[in-house]
Ligand binder design. Structure first.
Ligand code: NAD
Length: 440
């Protein structure tokens, strides 16, 4: 493991995750900067640029919920719909205490680009509730979810806006959302509305492969990158931030390729093992202990040591703004495969480029989740059940095509991968707007 002593010995520079929150760039500013860079380079039509630089709808709801002890608490929920020229709005729901409207706007915008890059007929949306779910009982979380769904009303719908899981939400929460939504439609409509949400439990209409889809997609992208670079994944090393739905599955799928997971960080701490951490065993430990802290077969390390760990691949799979002016200089890897949305800000991008670290950007790298959500939506509409080999094969085909489309733009525009991915998305959106025109 190699450490940056200069930074370790500079007490003025605190890059702990807690501190980076105060230094972090507004995620929507980050999203806008990325958009403007690509729009300038490709000379995006000025009128279409105006449309895409704004969100279509920003819904904020305040709603009361009765707690287990009889008190009533007020909650704030969001749903931002960025654009639906390519299809119904689509995007996850996040439960997090620090969620704000600008974060949701950024996440919704990134969803529009992501769907366009992988060529699925969805637009971009995102939502969530400002809440720390760990503070509430399962019964309270159920009532909060149901009341939020009710408050959203017709702002969501199977052909209009389709939520899915994101940070701190899961298939159980999607099942409560589904059930609540269905009670608001007439009984004879219910069966043909179950595609109002994706990421459902299998029995409630979910798709096989949706739980691992984002992680699986990240691995397909890393595998493609490795092939292009004649790089062997067997015995390659990886560090991972976030061991939730995305991160844990990425690590478990990478294990099948012989990749050695040497360090993992989550919101409880960071761990390191030179000989490697078995992600399947770690997943069992995290389920019973609530986080990676205290995992017996690895050493506890701090945040700076985690970021400085020498490895081949870094997968950020937690929150936004983790690779920044302060933290990017610490990284000691060849590839950053972005599992999280918006983990790298503009300064972080610049420093990684200077250091020669390659990036597979979020809008391409983590698109596996929305692609398999699309498969779930299609299966529900057609009353079909696909098997895992079909889901994985179709996912791989779509992601490889997207990777190659972005690669072509990297070469054509001599630009970085993030900007090239944006150019793929914006070119497709521009074409549709030009074909359809602007009403009236
Ligand atoms: P999750 O709630 O299942 O897991 C989040 C993980 O991040 C947890 O391990 C948590 O401990 C960790 N974490 C939170 N704050 C942290 C901090 N400050 N430092 C270190 N670790 C921290 O969420 P998820 O669904 O795995 O989503 C993770 C990221 O991937 C998010 O950016 C999300 O938007 C993105 N994403 C998710 C999906 C999906 O299908 N769930 C799809 C595409 C992108």
């Amino acid at each position: 493991m190699s450490l940056r002593r200069d930074i370790l010995e500079n007490p003025a520079l605190d890059v702990s995750p807690k501190n980076t929150v105060s230094m972090k760039v507004n995620p929507y500013e980050n999203a806008r900067r990325q958009f403007n860079k690509a729009a300038d380079l490709m000379e995006l039509d000025q009128d279409i640029r105006k449309i895409l630089s704004m969100t279509n709808n920003e819904i904020i709801v305040h709603f009361p919920v009765k707690m287990d002890d009889g008190r009533v608490e007020m909650f704030t929920g969001y749903r931002v719909q960025h654009n639906n020229i390519l299809g119904p709005y689509k995007g996850g729901l996040r439960y997090h205490p620090s969620i704000k409207i600008d974060e949701v706007k950024a996440l919704a915008t990134w969803m529009t680009w992501k769907a366009a890059i992988v060529r699925i007929p969805f637009g971009g949306a995102k939502g969530g509730i400002q809440i720390d779910p760990a503070r509430y009982s399962p019964a309270e979380l159920e009532r909060i979810t149901r009341r939020f769904t009710y408050a959203l009303g017709n702002n969501i719908g199977p052909e209009y806006d389709i939520p899915a899981p994101d940070v701190n939400t899961n298939s159980q929460i999607m099942a409560w959302l589904l059930d609540t939504y269905l009670t608001t439609v007439s009984p004879n409509e219910r069966q043909r509305c179950i595609h109002v949400v994706t990421g459902k439990p299998l029995e409630a209409g979910g798709s096989v492969g949706r739980d691992k889809a984002t992680g699986q997609g990240i691995v397909f992208m890393i595998e493609k990158w490795a092939k292009e670079h004649h790089f062997s994944l067997n015995e390659a090393t990886c560090i991972l931030q976030g061991f939730g739905k995305v991160g844990s599955w990425a690590a478990r799928v990478l294990k099948e390729y012989g990749v050695k997971l040497i360090s993992v960080e989550d919101d409880t701490g960071a761990i390191y093992s030179y000989t490697g951490i078995d992600p399947d065993i770690l997943a069992c430990y995290v389920t019973s202990h609530g986080g990676v802290a205290g995992y017996p077969d690895a050493a506890a390390i701090d945040h700076i040591t985690f970021l400085s760990t020498e490895a081949d691949i870094f997968i950020p799979a937690a929150m936004e703004n983790q690779i920044t002016l302060e933290t990017a200089p610490l990284l000691n890897v060849q590839l950053v495969a972005e599992g999280a949305n918006g983990p790298t800000d503009a300064q972080g991008d610049r420093i990684l480029e200077e250091k020669g670290i390659e990036i597979i950007p979020d809008v391409l790298c983590n698109a596996g989740g929305v692609v398999v959500s699309y498969f779930e939506w299609l299966q529900n509409k057609r009353s079909e059940f696909w098997d895992l080999s079909k889901v994985d094969a179709k996912l791989q085909q779509i992601l490889i095509q997207a990777y190659e489309a972005v690669q072509l733009k990297v070469e054509e525009y001599k630009t970085d991968w993030r900007t090239a991915a944006y150019i793929v998305a914006l070119s497709r959106l521009e074409k549709v707007y030009k074909e359809r025109g602007i009403f009236p």
